[in-house]
Design a protein around this ligand. Sequence first.
Ligand SMILES: Nc1nc2c(ncn2[C@@H]2O[C@H](COP(=O)(O)OP(=O)(O)O)[C@@H](O)[C@H]2O)c(=O)[nH]1
Ligand SMILES: [Mg+2]
Length: 316
Amino acid sequence: MIQTLFGSVEQEPTLLEKLKSGVQKTREGLVSRIEEVVSGRKVIDADLLDELEYTLISADIGVSTTTEILERIRERVDCKLVGDSGELRGLIREYLLEVLQTNDRPLAYVDAPPAVIMLVGVNGAGKTTTIGKLAAHLKGEGRSVLLCAADTFRAAAIEQLEVWGERTGIQVIRQNTGADPSAVMFDALSAAKARQVDYVIIDTAGRLQTKTNLMAELEKMRRTASRIIPDAPHEVLLVLDATTGQNGLEQARKFTESSGVTGIVLTKLDGTAKGGVVVAIARELGLPIRFIGVGEKIDDLLPFDPERFIDSLFAQ
Ligand SMILES: Nc1nc2c(ncn2[C@@H]2O[C@H](COP(=O)(O)OP(=O)(O)O)[C@@H](O)[C@H]2O)c(=O)[nH]1
Ligand SMILES: [Mg+2]
């Protein structure tokens, strides 16, 4: 049932428009720059390749991906498979899509409700906002949803989730500030199981009040979840702020090492030209991108589809 988290973008022209405007800045920072570099230069020489390398790295697609793209271009130039620089745009596009597709995979299969989705990531990444958007969407599809306020670090965090709960008409299971996150989750999962709710979405802290290590706490939460519902959490989504670009990767590695992350939500794509980081993330972490955030409003969350994403980025 979790496979139907969102419909496909193809079926909804408004989603496609949203995607296009969401990647507008990245298109300017990446694709338009590539076009500038190659335009009016027929010959592919060392200078052109250097400029291309610089452009790709500046757009945050990552050093390893950039190196591989350039190797591929050089190989094809050497074998005379590439006639002129006009073909380079297509080659880069092809390679970026390949990286995203290689790391794509279907959502977890959940045979009996509730499907448990946990969101993790540092403070300010956009976890709570993403939960609100996701919950609204699921409810709109006629699914029952329960939210769990396991970010107990600040009172404001719980209240923020409650605001989303009110806005969407979805119940939020909470305890007081400072409560044990695993205990709040225990309550939420027990309630969801008893009521046969379709989805439980768990908000978590980016930082803890106690001296307990955050990663150890998240690990404990996962163990607790699986004791109540076997296989839960079905999806652990790491929320990353796209505006931090490459700097977010190191932090992402920490989470993926200890939190059993199954997918990425990349937020704030609307505000950055560093959207190319999506490629670096997929490649370096070997994880699929599940959703992208393109604004602060309730319907500003889009399902991620490699082909649609690349199409929108390279659209003429
Ligand atoms: N522009 C933009 N802002 C976002 C997006 N997602 C979240 N935000 C904003 O980022 C800030 C932090 O979000 P929040 O959900 O509180 O992050 P959390 O600490 O991880 O729970 C808020 O002001 C959100 O409105 C997005 O996709 N685009
Ligand atoms: Mg939050």
